[in-house]
Design a protein around this ligand. Structure first.
Ligand code: AMP
Ligand code: TRP
Length: 329
């Protein structure tokens, strides 16, 4: 039995890094596994302060991007994390089986703490135990994520093993898969940092919602390296990143693209890349607009997703409660 679980935070835009690092893998995997569950993790989003109306909008929009990118509600369950109370319940329990030191060691916590105007909320620290609850509730065997989330899945594995050691086999220990491991999508304005929606400049990322003009402008402005060759090389992180994007978007090998642009300049390469991204996103954007124009339909898909997986979440939570001595009435 192979069951995958993954999620993205609804914090504004979804960018190409999210698509290539996460959603693209989901779409490929939903046909290969027995069950797939994709969550919009709104409870993780509130670990930093959100505008309520924007959060509601972003939550629906994120779900619409999943669908527009090819997640099929007939094959996969798509739902909103906060609509299933089992997540916070199991999250609390797992907090009691996790060391503060383990949470403080997480790179994402170190990056995000002390940066908020409102201070570092306790939720930022306990973020990984909620993520562990998301995964373990559904007894997921595999978690497709971008490379930056691997540390959290490793902690999830440790927590599950610890629980099983104490109480006997209860939780499935999940594997993770990073399709483009080590090949994170980097920022267009700085190829040493990952593409991120929290980057200071919008020239860091291509949002899935960017207009064709904006996409072309951003690709043209992307930093390049000191060399002149369009070649994938560790000394040329910026052009290597653009080649990775080109390759992933067009499903061509990097070497094929290098051959195509042999002896040609960066300018020509960038125009071709910009156009490839525009062509790739056009049908996805059209589908997203259509879904957002009919929120009742979208909400019905999300409600059905939540209902479909409820029995599994309830079963795991009740097993866990029974094992640790809580009363299930
Ligand atoms: P986030 O935007 O941090 O909520 O990430 C959502 C998903 O996208 C996670 O699986 C991340 O690992 C993945 N992801 C985010 N940024 C990148 C990136 N620059 N390259 C590859 N994957 C990414
Ligand atoms: N922490 C993940 C991120 O920021 C999102 C997430 C929450 C997640 N719960 C999850 C990813 C469970 C995979 C599985 O990208």
């Amino acid at each position: 039995m192979r069951r995958i679980f993954s999620g993205i935070q609804p914090t504004g835009i979804i960018h190409l890094g999210n698509y290539l690092g996460a959603i693209k893998q989901w779409v490929e995997m939903q046909d290969k596994v027995d069950e797939s569950i994709f969550c919009v993790v709104d409870l993780h989003a509130i670990t930093v302060r959100q505008d309520p109306e924007k959060l509601r909008q972003a939550t629906l929009s994120t779900a619409a991007w999943y669908l527009a990118c090819g997640v099929d509600p007939e094959k996969s369950a798509i739902f909103i994390q906060s609509t299933r109370p089992e997540h916070t319940e199991l999250g609390w329990i797992l907090n009691c089986y996790t060391q503060i030191g383990e949470l403080e060691r997480m790179t994402q916590f170190k990056d995000k703490s002390n940066h908020e105007k409102t201070g570092t909320g306790a939720g930022l620290l306990t973020y990984p135990t909620l993520m562990a609850a998301d995964i373990l509730l559904y007894q997921a065997t595999n978690v497709p994520v971008g490379e930056d989330q691997v540390q959290h899945v490793e902690l999830t594995r440790d927590i599950a093993k610890r629980f099983n050691n104490l109480y006997g086999q209860t939780l499935v220990v999940p594997e993770y898969s990073t399709k483009i491991a080590g090949k994170r999508i980097m920022g267009l304005d700085d190829a040493t940092k990952k593409m991120s929606k929290s980057a200071p400049s919008e020239y860091n990322y291509i949002a899935l919602s960017d207009s064709p003009e904006k996409i072309m402008q951003k690709v043209k402005k992307a930093v390049t390296d000191s060399g002149t060759q369009i070649q994938h090389d560790t000394d040329q992180p910026a052009i290597s990143n653009l080649l990775n994007i080109f390759s992933e978007i067009t499903n061509q090998e990097v070497t094929e693209i290098e051959d195509q642009f042999l002896g040609k300049g960066y300018g020509e390469f960038k125009i071709a890349l910009g156009q490839a991204i525009i062509d790739f996103l056009a049908p996805i954007q059209a589908k997203h607009n259509e879904l957002m124009a009919n929120p009742q339909h979208l909400e019905a898909i999300l409600r059905a997703g939540s209902e479909k997986i409820a029995p599994l979440a309830q079963k795991t939570l009740s097993d866990v409660k029974q094992k640790i001595g809580l009363i299930n009435l």
